[in-house]
Ligand binder design. Structure first.
Ligand SMILES: C[S@@+](CC[C@H](N)C(=O)[O-])C[C@H]1O[C@@H](n2cnc3c(N)ncnc32)[C@H](O)[C@@H]1O
Length: 252
């Protein structure tokens, strides 16, 4: 898919999700995940307090860093998403693959649950460029727990994310950061329980057959997957744990 067509497809996917977006899955407003993001960012040092929330969506990550002293800016491809975030901090509409900024401007950059949708090499080159020396990049992404769930998790992600460009395991993300001039200075994981049914039914871009296919991948997964992710059906609703990685890279 060419870059422009891919970006159009992203905008189409996310523009229609605004009214329900933040309630579409537990992780989006999870207190635990927000706490982990805040811990990774820490209080903004005086004079080194400019942070760019990339692929900011409705601004959940950025707006929860404001009271730590971070001067937030946002960037997102989808105007409808950026409009919601702009109620909390200034937002530009554009792509993380080509950031409209001078080099060496930002002290911190964040990017949550969007890295699989973008050209990772271009995005990381750009993030490295816009950070000051010593600036940090916090990448927040759901990943497999390990070998036990990786194969089926990959299938689920490819089916669920209609605009996914690349599937990443934790090690792939760490290597990608290192290959683009970052040292890994923090890596925390967090287990968050999700209703598979609520998550699938909150995605208007998925046809019913595709939802059923993804549900079946999880419900009928090998025991190793079910054990790793604690897959259980309660009252007809399917639940599993997700593994959240909060990875911090520092510009060398
Ligand atoms: C799953 S949402 C995540 C939103 C937000 N980071 C959060 O955690 O709530 C993905 C977001 O990435 C944005 N996005 C996708 N590709 C992008 C790109 N190349 N440049 C900027 N934003 C992009 C979409 O418009 C959408 O708002």
């Amino acid at each position: 898919m060419s870059g422009d067509i891919h970006h159009d497809s992203i905008r189409q996917q996310f523009a229609q999700r605004i009214p329900t977006y933040e309630r579409a899955a537990t992780w989006m407003l999870s207190r635990d995940l927000i706490a982990a993001q805040r811990e990774a960012a820490g209080p903004a040092p005086a004079g080194r307090d400019l942070c760019l929330d990339l692929c900011c969506g409705t601004g959940v990550v950025g707006r929860n860093l404001l009271d730590l002293g971070w001067k937030m800016r946002g960037l997102d491809l989808t105007p409808e998403m950026g409009y919601v975030a702009s109620q909390y901090f200034p937002v530009r509409i554009g792509s993380v693959e080509s950031i409209d900024s001078e080099p060496g401007v930002y002290d911190l950059a964040t990017l949550r649950q969007s890295f699989m949708l973008v050209d990772g090499d271009k995005a990381l080159s750009e993030i490295h460029r816009i950070l000051k020396p010593g600036g940090r990049f916090i990448l927040i992404q759901s990943v497999s727990f390990g070998a036990a769930d990786d194969e089926v998790y990959s299938q689920v992600q490819w089916a669920r994310h209609i605009n996914q460009k690349t599937y990443y395991r934790q090690i792939d993300l760490e290597n990608a950061l290192r290959n683009h001039g970052f040292s890994i200075v923090g890596a925390k994981t967090l287990r968050i329980r999700e209703s598979v049914d609520h998550w699938l039914n909150s995605a208007p871009e998925l046809q019913p057959e595709l939802r059923q296919h993804i549900r079946k991948l999880i419900a009928d997964a090998p025991d190793a997957y079910k054990w790793a992710r604690d897959v259980r059906e309660t009252g007809g609703e399917l639940f599993e744990d997700w593994n959240w990685l909060i990875l911090t890279g520092q510009k060398d």
